[in-house]
Design a protein around this ligand. Structure first.
Ligand code: 5RP
Length: 236
């Protein structure tokens, strides 16, 4: 499954592999999105195939759904599952309080809904994702396409009064066209530099009309499994 991996891919793989040990027979599992989460899905697929592990997976994107089916995991919708035992997902940044920035892959909305509907959320990440202060990674904000430029202006105006360094909100592109999420929305990436009060920022952003959800995950993650390029793994 792995072949010869670069240090970064090895770090992602070992974190995913270790986290997959938390998945037990009969569980309903939220399956994250991104390159680290893809390793997790492959690891679980291997256990399904080789060890007869019986789980039902709720994917957080069409990409993850396709991969999960490909590796033999039974896929169900969140409405079928209603509540999940565990969600395992990647992150773009995490801090000492296990607050996260997510959405680099554009799946933050489904990811947040699924993680919130889980007894436990475990983040899998390479060590480079650990930060002292969130915000160096652009914060994704999912907005509806209608009037997105007005929403962008409102977001930037709101940032002026917040405890953040930057205030630029750029529309995420996919080549020449705006990026479109699985829910048919766009993403504004906020270039903040450093977020002082993440909890307040998350609440204020979600109050702006046109904003669907933001990529700050606060009090959602229970555990982080960190992989290193030399194959070491640390769990916090
Ligand atoms: C997707 C996400 C991903 O979990 C995040 O971007 C990390 O991705 P990767 O594992 O590829 O570094 O939030 O919306």
């Amino acid at each position: 499954m792995t072949g010869e991996l670069s240090p970064i891919d090895k770090a992602k793989f070992v974190a995913a592999k270790r986290a997959s040990d938390f998945v037990e027979d009969g569980m309903r599992v939220g399956l994250g999105t991104g390159s680290t989460a893809a390793w997790l899905v492959r690891c679980l697929g291997e256990r399904v195939r080789d060890n007869g592990l019986k789980i039902r997976g709720v994917p957080t994107s069409t990409r993850t759904a396709e991969l999960a089916r490909e590796v033999g995991i039974e896929v169900i919708s969140l409405d079928e599952a209603r509540w999940l035992d565990l969600t395992i997902d990647g992150a773009d940044e995490f801090d000492a309080d296990l607050a996260l920035i997510k959405g680099g892959g554009g799946a933050l909305l489904q990811e947040k809904i699924v993680a919130t509907a889980s007894d436990q959320m475990i983040v899998i990440a390479d060590a480079a994702k650990e930060v002292e202060h969130l915000g160096a990674f652009p914060l994704p904000i999912e907005v509806i396409p209608f009037g997105w430029q007005t929403t962008q202006a409102l977001v930037e105006e709101t940032l002026v009064s917040m405890d953040v360094m930057g205030r630029q909100a750029t529309l995420r592109m996919n080549g020449e066209a705006p990026f479109v999420t699985d829910e048919g929305n766009h993403i504004l990436d906020l270039h903040l530099g450093r977020i002082g009060n993440a909890r307040q920022l998350a609440m204020v952003m979600n109050q702006i009309p046109g904003v669907v959800e933001n990529g700050l995950f606060i009090d959602i993650c229970d555990k982080v499994v960190i992989g290193f390029g030399d194959g070491r793994v640390e769990t916090r």
